[in-house]
Design a binder for this molecule. Structure first.
Ligand code: SAH
Length: 453
């Protein structure tokens, strides 16, 4: 196809849709133009920035007819920061868009006609993230801290983030100037010089306990006593202050070496009535309020009576497994990261569960072996990463035929692809429930319930 528009053209377009990362989509003679900041049902004057063979990019010059769902983004750096993509869309509009996205892939990719319920959202969709990973760095010769721009490592200097906790704001606003005053130099990604790389702030919602982790380039940290005192003043509910040393030339936040500077080495949180111990590097769901909503949905779909054996594939630190363990006879969790399995076992013991078993390894290898060893499962729970379930796992499901599957997904497109395979193998999708885990961002989570028919 040749592009019907060229760079620097100005034209008026009608926005039909949003991409999965929140850009508006207009079609010019069938040729898609992606327009950041434009919303469905708007008419905009746009300036074409770039054209490729099958699609192009444009930016908004003027919104001639705004969407009734358009709102003023409350965050002053919304247009620069890469953290949120949808603050210009009302929260109701976001929930409806996420439902529509799931519905569309069910028709287009899964080719099934299944009820997709209205997205379960938050009543207070702000300050929900329990973990802020704040990069400290240099913009030229000015020290800055905040969040990254979209697809970039340039830091947007910020003192307040509306989706993070007050404690993270206290660190950004209160600690930043003090650190500079103490001569704690921020790390410069280009020159590889400077000591302070990131500050990670984690909060356990249920207990109010906070952990602050200072990620430094070197272990030597002469200002540490003053910094500890400053953090304790700014965040009175801090329970743990840790230092992590990352000397490597990498984008990965943490290094291998973690040292306790003050207080405990873990904080404790609860999801429902299950307790979790969180250390500096543990994986943990970032929106615990909606995690409970998501897991309750998964538990409802699993419809356990107390007699079932459940497999929890891609189990992470066992959060879903422990949630299920109260209502199942036996739960077996599998996860590829060995440290997460260690956390799962510790958390199972912390809660007094004796009906759980966890094993580290690829789900697509461990689960077929379990079946070969004669283990059986009534319900299979899967919660894979964005790329969806491995083919070998889907094949095992189709040959072992557990009667119920609950599929928790963070990517509607791969969910729909995998549902098609399962439907072809004899399962029928009963319902799909989107749950909003990340308000104001384009991330979309959904739970599907399947029965063998
Ligand atoms: N169910 C967990 C985590 C889900 S995230 C929760 O609710 O918290 C997906 C998880 O799948 C990650 O922990 C990731 O490490 C794991 N994973 C990725 N590939 C895997 C594989 N092939 N086999 C098992 N686990 C895998």
């Amino acid at each position: 196809m040749t592009a019907p528009v060229k760079k620097n053209d100005r034209l008026t377009v009608y926005i039909e849709d949003l991409t999965h990362d929140g850009a508006g989509v207009a079609k010019v003679d069938g040729y898609p133009l992606f327009i950041q900041g434009a919303l469905p049902d708007e008419t905009c004057e746009v300036h074409v920035m770039k054209t490729l063979k099958n699609y192009g990019f444009a930016k908004v010059v003027d919104i001639t007819e705004p969407s009734p769902n358009r709102v003023e983004p409350p965050c002053p750096v919304f247009n620069m920061c890469g953290g949120c993509q949808l603050q210009h869309l009302s929260y109701e509009g976001q929930l409806e868009w996420k439902r529509k996205m799931v519905r569309d892939v069910m028709q287009r990719i899964a080719k099934i006609d299944v009820p997709v319920h209205p997205t379960k959202g938050m009543s207070e969709p702000w300050n929900y993230r329990n973990k802020a990973q704040i990069p400290f760095g240099m913009n030229g010769d000015v020290p800055v801290a905040g969040f990254y721009r979209t697809k970039s490592h340039a830091i947007v200097d910020t003192n307040r983030c509306l989706i993070q906790t007050d404690e993270a704001d206290a660190i950004l606003e209160g600690l930043k100037p003090q650190l500079w005053a103490l001569g704690l130099t921020p790390y410069n990604e280009e020159t590889k010089q400077g000591q302070l790389r990131h500050v990670v702030v984690r909060k356990a919602r249920a207990t109010n306990e906070v952990m602050v982790v200072l990620v430094t380039k070197k272990r030597k940290f002469p200002q540490k006593d003053v910094v500890v005192e400053a953090i304790r003043k700014l965040v009175p509910n801090v329970k743990s202050i840790m230092q992590n040393v990352n000397p490597n030339n990498t984008n990965v936040i943490f290094g291998d070496d973690t040292i306790c500077l003050w207080g405990d080495t873990t904080i404790e949180d609860h999801i429902g009535d299950v307790r979790f111990e969180i250390s500096a590097r543990s994986f943990y769901q970032v929106n615990p309020i909606q995690t409970e909503v998501l897991y309750k949905q998964a538990l409802d779909y699993a419809a356990l009576t107390g007699e079932e054996t459940v497999i929890d594939a891609y189990c992470g630190i066992g959060t879903i497994s422990l949630f299920l363990a109260k209502q199942a006879k036996h739960v077996m969790g599998v996860e590829i990261v060995p440290q997460a399995i260690e956390d799962a076992k510790r958390n199972a013991a912390l809660n007094g569960f004796t009906n759980t078993y966890f094993e580290a390894g690829p789900a697509e290898e461990v689960i077929p072996r379990w079946f070969k060893e004669g283990k059986e499962a009534d319900v299979l729970m899967v919660d894979p990463p964005r790329k969806g379930c491995d083919n070998a796992l889907l094949e095992t499901i189709l040959s072992e035929r557990p009667k119920r599957i609950v599929y928790v997904s963070c990517n509607p497109a791969t969910l729909a692809r995998d549902l098609r395979v399962l439907e072809d193998g004899g399962y029928k999708t009963q319902e799909v429930q989107p749950v909003d885990m990340f308000p104001h961002t384009a991330h979309c989570e959904a739970v599907a319930w399947l029965e063998l028919v």
